[in-house]
Ligand binder design. Structure first.
Ligand SMILES: [Zn+2]
Length: 422
């Protein structure tokens, strides 16, 4: 009797585990639309569509003369298209079946760490731990824990006393899987590549890598909702679907932070910047970690995101005010773009984020520059330019890693020439 009770208990656990797995949202026949908004009138109407049609905006709505991507399920596609026609908004369908595209990047949870598939958090962290155990020039620290208690790990590579450092930050936005994939690719190259130039750069500079700033959101994208962007703290608001979770952590850093929401102006949307800056435990710990080093040690700060192939420089909050060494940062960003171009012809556009996109504050790069006085900071928006967007297939990870590593090599050389590390 006891044995069979145990068997039943174990079986029900298996059933529970299976049920939990099956909870991950599927996107069968969901389409991704790209809508082009040409004037303010269209913009105002476009902002309201989500009030009456169930859609998932993939971008905050920041201005006119630009395209916005929207995920729409089969039940709502006709209504959505009819509304766009009615508003005379031009659109195209960029992805016909989102689930089919996601399935192309399906991963085997038992596979070893590599850069041809995306991996869950545990796999990434196990690999980080293995590297830390194998190389005594790596100093690995848990810089803190997420809201749900997951560690936020860091790796500092230092082979020589007195070096200045470059800090690389990954996956603050949960759904941007190419970010942590690329950041770990770079880390792997720094540690294990035989490339003589890259090895020189590891001798002459320290490298600090925080591959996963948003572990809760990342796990949520793997287990529940692939399209999640924010962290997972209940943010104190609710809507008709229940409690609202999360803050867009790359809108929550305190440098010219604006209390107003942008775009959809709803605390339940994917870009909610919080009620005040510096509210999220994950970024507070990241900030404390950065501040734990001597002033002047970290000379470059690069945050990796998807997508669009941009090197976005400070400032984000303005398109009329520019950093004192903006021209210098532009030359350094140009070097990255030139280096990255050579591998596969990927073109990166560079400039102040407020200029290239639209003014939005609260990003890590602006805080790192404006508050921590780090003289070169940027957001790197990785591949692609919109073909797959946030859903870049995993068979492109290695190419992205290669081109970004080449870009980084050029960037560091140029930054040194420009006196960034002096
Ligand atoms: Zn992002």
């Amino acid at each position: 009797m006891k044995v069979s009770a145990l068997v039943i208990a174990l079986l029900s656990l298996v059933v529970l585990a299976t049920a939990r797995k099956q909870m991950a949202t599927r996107y069968d026949n969901f389409k991704v639309y790209k809508a082009f908004i040409r004037d303010v009138e269209q913009l105002e109407e476009f902002k309201k569509i989500h009030h009456h049609i169930h859609i998932h905006m993939l971008h905050d709505i920041g201005g006119v003369n630009r395209s916005y991507e929207v995920v729409v399920g089969p039940a709502h596609q006709k209504a959505f298209e009819t509304t766009l026609h009615y508003l005379d908004i031009e659109f195209e369908i960029t992805i016909e079946d989102l689930q089919a595209l996601l399935d192309e990047s399906a991963y085997d949870p038992d596979a070893a760490m590599d850069w041809v598939t995306y991996h869950p958090l545990d796999k990434i962290y196990d690999w980080v731990d293995e590297q830390c155990a194998a190389h005594d020039y790596l100093d690995c620290k848990v810089i803190g824990h997420s809201y749900e208690g997951r560690p936020i790990k860091s790796v500092r590579l230092s082979k020589r006393e007195g070096n200045k450092a470059i800090l690389i930050e990954g996956n603050i936005h949960a759904m941007e899987w190419i970010s942590s994939a690329t950041v770990t690719y770079i880390l792997n190259q720094l540690i294990n590549s035989n490339d003589a130039e890259l090895q020189r750069l590891t001798e002459e500079y320290d490298w600090i890598v925080v591959p996963m700033v948003n572990p809760d959101g990342f796990v949520y994208t793997h287990e529940v909702e692939r399209l999640w962007r924010k962290n997972r703290r209940p943010n104190g608001y609710s809507n008709s679907s229940g409690l609202c979770y999360g803050i867009d952590m790359n809108r929550n850093f305190d440098f010219h932070w604006s209390g107003a929401g942008w775009g959809i102006e709803d605390p339940c949307d994917h870009w909610f910047n919080g009620e005040q800056p510096n509210t999220e435990i994950e970024i507070l710990q990241l900030q404390d970690f950065v501040s734990s080093f001597d002033e002047g040690y970290i000379r470059a700060y690069m945050a990796f995101h998807a997508y669009g192939q941009y090197i976005l420089l400070p400032y984000g909050h303005s398109n009329t005010e520019f950093p004192p060494n903006y021209d210098q940062m532009m030359r350094i960003a140009a070097a990255f773009a030139e280096g990255a171009l050579d591998s596969y012809g990927s073109e990166f556009t560079y400039g102040a984020s407020g200029l290239l996109n639209y003014p939005v504050s609260g990003a890590a790069k602006d805080w790192a520059y404006g508050v921590k006085n780090i003289p070169f900071t940027c957001t790197v928006e990785l591949r692609d330019k919109g073909t797959f967007g946030f859903f870049l297939p995993s068979n492109q990870i290695t190419e992205v890693g290669v081109e970004v590593t080449e870009g980084l090599k050029s960037l560091v050389v140029k930054a040194a020439e420009e006196g960034i590390f002096d």
